[in-house]
Write a protein that binds this ligand. Sequence first.
Ligand SMILES: [Ca+2]
Length: 228
Amino acid sequence: MFENLQVSIRFSTVLGVKSPFSRTMPLRFQLWKLPVLFVAFFLPLWGTHADDESSVRIDIIGGTANPVDFEVQNVSEGEVLGKATHQQASLAFPASKDWQKGAVTILPHNSGNIHIIFLGPWLPVSPGSRELVPEIVNFDDFTSDEVTIHNGSFEVVDEYGNPKYFIKGEIPESKPAVDESNQARVVEGDASEGRRYIRVWHNSRFATTVSVTVNVPVTFRFHYRLNP
Ligand SMILES: [Ca+2]
């Protein structure tokens, strides 16, 4: 969970920087307009255990300025990594190279914004190593019946080719380096829904922000697979 803690701290730092965009705009609009090259919302921590190599990961962080407390109520075919805290959870879902459905339900204890981060498993090449196996995974069709999600099918891209309403985060001094071969990006082709989906790994990922309401359970659904 220390890893997640650092995620939260770094994310707060990034969001604490005054945006050149209107301060009256909702947070999610500021987020997707931030220059993607300078957005890195976590620092790595070199723990003692690796995630399952055949898995995808979703991290949920309970906002920044007015943190949202929440609990994880249900996870489909997946598990909560470590111990979820009241403001953050890291979830792993077993994956194959075929698209499959996943879901997670949370119960917010107050209203506000939460961040959903799509990434791959944390896989050091050896115990204690900073170098990771870049396991690339795919996500598509991110939906919810209870809250508004913008561009959850990743069909709309911005001028950088990134999905609108999402921000890209990359680990500084990533090993291996983030480059064209492994950078988080939108892929066109064998999508689960529509024409496009995202590929990400642990050190290069996308995140989006959604607004939640106190005591209204929210189920997030998505499709995922290991990169074929
Ligand atoms: Ca899609």
